[in-house]
Design a protein around this ligand. Structure first.
Ligand SMILES: *Cc1c(COP(=O)(O)O)cnc(C)c1O
Length: 414
């Protein structure tokens, strides 16, 4: 996927547009599976919420991956894409017992992360195998918004509540077949990850019928050259050997599971926008593009940094730009970035636009969500159309209000 491929995509499908490189997704998947080769049974469940287009789910299904889902709708998308229910794990937080029961009926692996639901579900369905999500209370990353392992997190059952958890399991006679943790995005440090894993192994010893241990995700990917990323190869080597050792202790070959989103799709994605206006103020040069946080919210929401390249004129003299959108609200993608000189009409490409970009897009300002294109074997495949005006009005039920004189006068006064 070089610049001229990307420019051709904007000519064919318009802008703004999301493009995903299937080969990059495939190579990330293979990188992960080969890092964990020493493990007898490995399962990679792709976290659907990162990028949930059916064609992406089908690609993962072809690769042999399962899915990690957080809502019944994500489960249904997975089934729609042809994924076997037995290859889907459902890891919700704060959803109703009713929804969990509906998902269990579909034959999907349930993962429960609070004692109240565990007790209710266990008493009603003691035969349905359940995985439990543990909070090992390990701080895993830099950004506190995405470190979900610490003490005040709403995620997981605290390791300090294991005695209570065990009483529920014994009283209900339920079948715990998996142990899970997901300590949040941005695990930098392999030692921290291994430390949290030890807590999981310790917890696992309480259960006799385990089939798998799920180490969640949170792998860090590079956002720019020279960025630190999780050393998957080193983690694979160290965790595989420790996992195999644990299986011996446990007396059974368990499955090692992961559920990455970002690692698998982030770098595969490019978001292409057009520069509508170059606006020079007294202190700043703004490049205003035909998008905003309605299409890509991460820089404003999490302070994420996405590299931005001028692919129309990549070799110009670099100048400083603030890249902003067209939303009537502050929507700064980048402040004072060095970018090759931009002319109005140029196409800019955002890197790392595969994970949590389209899936978090909205219709704010009544704009259409962009199309999605999958690049595979040197060809561009449209996998989602650009929205149209009907998409904005679908489901709306216009009501004609007859305003009486009285009402009108009253409201005029106030
Ligand atoms: C979001 C999520 C993931 C994926 O996290 P990444 O940082 O994208 O790899 C995995 N597991 C659970 C339970 C999640 O909620």
């Amino acid at each position: 996927m070089n610049n001229s491929d990307l420019l051709a995509i904007t000519r064919e499908f318009g802008d703004p547009v999301y493009v995903y490189d299937a080969e990059k997704i495939i190579s990330q998947y293979r990188r992960l599976t080969s890092a964990f080769k020493p493990v007898k049974q490995l399962k990679i469940n792709y976290a659907v919420k990162a990028l949930s287009n059916l064609s992406i789910l089908k690609l993962f299904n072809k690769l042999g991956a399962g899915l990690d889902t957080v809502s019944i709708q994500e489960v249904q998308l997975g089934l729609e894409a042809g994924v076997e229910p037995s290859k889907i794990i459902y890891t919700p937080n704060g959803v109703s017992l009713e929804e969990i029961e509906q998902v269990a009926k579909l034959g999907v692996q349930i993962n429960i992360d609070n004692l109240s639901i565990l007790e209710q579900f266990g008493s009603r369905h003691p035969k349905v195998p359940v995985c439990i999500r543990i909070n090992p209370h390990v701080m895993a990353g830099g950004n506190t918004n995405i470190s979900v392992g610490h003490i005040d997190s709403k995620f997981g059952i605290s390791i300090h509540q294991i005695p209570h958890l065990m009483r529920i399991v014994e009283n209900t006679g339920m079948n715990i077949n998996g142990i899970h943790m997901h300590t949040g995005s941005d695990i930098l440090d392999i030692e921290v990850f291994l430390y949290a894993s030890e807590i999981l192994f310790e917890t696992a010893k309480n259960f006799k019928n385990l089939e798998f241990i799920d180490f969640g995700s949170g792998f860090k990917v590079p956002y720019k050259e020279g960025d630190i990323e999780t050393n998957i190869e080193e983690l694979g080597e160290k965790l595989s050997s420790r996992f195999n050792e644990f299986c011996k202790e446990y007396g059974k070959d368990l499955t090692l599971a992961f559920e990455p989103g970002k690692f698998l799709v982030s770098e595969a994605g490019k978001f292409l926008v057009k520069v509508n206006v170059i606006k020079q103020t007294t202190s700043t040069v703004f490049a205003q593009v035909d998008s905003g946080f309605n299409h890509l919210i991460r820089p404003m929401f999490y302070g994420s940094r996405h590299e931005i390249h001028n692919i129309s004129h990549p070799d110009g003299r670099e100048r400083f730009y603030s890249v902003v959108g067209y939303i009537c609200e502050t929507d700064t993608f980048a402040s004072n970035r060095r970018i090759s000189e931009i002319k109005e009409g140029d196409i800019l490409a955002f890197d790392n636009a595969g994970a949590y970009c389209f899936s978090m897009a909205s219709n704010y300002n009544s704009r259409f969500r962009p199309p999605e294109v999958l690049w595979y074997n040197g060809k561009a495949h449209l996998i989602r159309k650009r929205e149209e005006f009907e998409d904005l009005t679908r489901g709306q039920l216009p009501v004609e209000l007859e305003l009486s004189e009285k009402v009108e006068k009253k409201s005029l006064k106030s």
